[in-house]
Design a protein around this ligand. Structure first.
Ligand code: HAM
Length: 409
């Protein structure tokens, strides 16, 4: 036998039994975004490598070691998108969206790619649901985004949530804090992990994300940006928090929240679930007031978030199966045409209907009806007469096939 293939490491097939729940999450998101005035955007699965190198930041793990990059036949350097914010900002500029009423509110759902070590909740191809609001620095935008995410997670059935929130200040005010943190890290260099020590000058904030004990010990006493927040930054953050309180969204302050992308400014946040293991973050985001300008556009404040679909599914326990059938039609061979005609008629009337497609015996068809989860089974006999069976109560009654669709519709 010829050698068989497997899906590449860190990737997976989404089989029909797992699809139903994904579709319902998508629908819930689409409805919530529509109510909140967000338009759907789709950007390509790959972009110029430089977009991420510049946008996400050359010193981040994503750019340093997690990108799937390649050269195409025209010797262009391209990368499978590891995240959606830089591409959405690219599209915002490319299509002149800064001339529209601001902020421009966009959402997306699609596959993303990171060359990480696969484990539960961490894949090389995964799906994000994301939202970006570009063109306003109002704290209302931060609050709207966070409340939207909070409500969406609850509507998806995710309840064991912790929202952590911090502020990284504006780029200008952070410059001073960075120097202070760098001095602190150099002072404790001997206790830091090698890669943290090597990145003190390039990216000192990442030390807050280190997992080794030595670094964690040092960082427990490190000054945080939250301690140094002042002026407009402090007012902005206080306003975001007050708006969350008013919306009844509980949140925990966390000055060590830095997140793994360089573009963040001011508000940063993450939603975690205690039902996930090491990869406990379900969703995260924040403000990125410098990114559009960094990508060659005018100075444009913005904020957003992304949610990991596979992590939500893990929390929900991947319940769900094939799409539910409302009506199953069972019939002997002689009445197959009648059964098929009825199924088509029901489906056209918006009723989920199905029939046996594998030549099962009448008994086998009843078993199939049961498995399908149908509420009602229509049993057609050899003469074309029909009985409807309520699958919950087992009650049966004769029905007139000519009027059935109208009766059920
Ligand atoms: P991120 O925190 O890198 O942010 O990713 C967002 C979410 O994607 C994570 O919270 C996690 O649920 C999911 N995720 C990330 N990597 C993986 C993986 N390897 N396997 C499975 N799920 C994963 C961003 O990507 C930003 N663009 C979010 C944002 C939008 N900030 C502002 N706007």
């Amino acid at each position: 036998m010829a050698e068989r293939f497997q899906a590449p490491r860190g990737t997976f097939d989404i089989q029909p039994a797992e699809s139903a729940l994904r579709v319902s999450l998508y629908m819930a998101a689409a409805e919530a975004f529509e109510r909140a005035g967000y338009g759907r955007i789709e950007t390509p699965a790959f972009e110029d490598t430089e977009l991420f190198a510049r946008g996400v930041g050359g010193s981040t793990d994503i750019v340093r070691k997690e990108m799937f990059s390649f050269e195409d036949q025209g010797e262009r350097r391209l990368t499978l998108r590891p995240e959606g914010t830089a591409p959405v900002c690219r599209a915002y500029l490319e299509h002149g969206m800064h001339t529209l009423a601001q902020p421009v509110k966009l959402w997306y759902w699609g596959p993303f790619f990171r060359h990480e070590r696969p484990q539960a909740g961490r894949f090389r191809q995964f799906h994000q649901l994301g939202a970006e609001a570009i063109g306003s620095d109002s704290p209302l935008v931060d609050a709207e985004l966070i409340v939207l995410l909070n409500d969406l997670l609850h509507s998806m059935g995710v309840n064991s949530l912790t929202l952590r929130i911090g502020s990284l200040g504006s780029l200008e005010s952070r410059a001073e804090y960075r120097k202070e943190l760098q001095a602190y890290l150099h002072e404790h260099g001997g206790d830091l992990a090698k890669d943290v020590r090597e990145r003190i000058d390039e990216n000192p904030l990442r030390a807050f994300d280190a997992k080794d004990e030595g670094t964690r010990g040092v960082m427990a006493d490190a000054p945080t940006m939250l301690d140094r927040l002042d002026g407009d930054d402090a007012d902005h953050f206080a306003e975001v928090r007050a708006l969350l309180d008013r919306a009844g969204v509980h949140h925990e302050l966390d000055g060590t929240l830095v997140r793994g992308l360089d573009y963040y400014t001011r508000t940063v946040f993450s939603f975690e679930s205690d039902r996930l293991g090491a990869q406990s973050e379900l969703a995260g985001g924040g403000r990125y007031d410098g990114l559009v300008e960094l990508l060659g556009g005018p100075a444009t404040p913005a904020a957003g978030w992304a949610l990991g679909i596979e992590r939500v599914l893990l929390v929900l326990g991947e319940e769900g199966g094939a799409p539910p059938v409302q009506v199953f039609v069972a019939a002997p061979d002689s009445q197959r045409d009648t059964a098929l005609g009825l199924v088509f008629e029901l489906r056209r009337a918006g009723i989920a209907a199905d029939l046996d497609l594998a030549g099962r015996s009448p008994k086998g068809q009843m078993k199939q009806a049961d498995r399908s989860g149908a509420d009602l089974t229509v049993i057609i006999d050899d003469n074309g007469a029909a009985t409807a069976r309520d699958m919950d109560t087992g009650e049966q009654r004769p029905v007139d096939l000519a009027n059935l669709t109208k009766e059920l519709g």
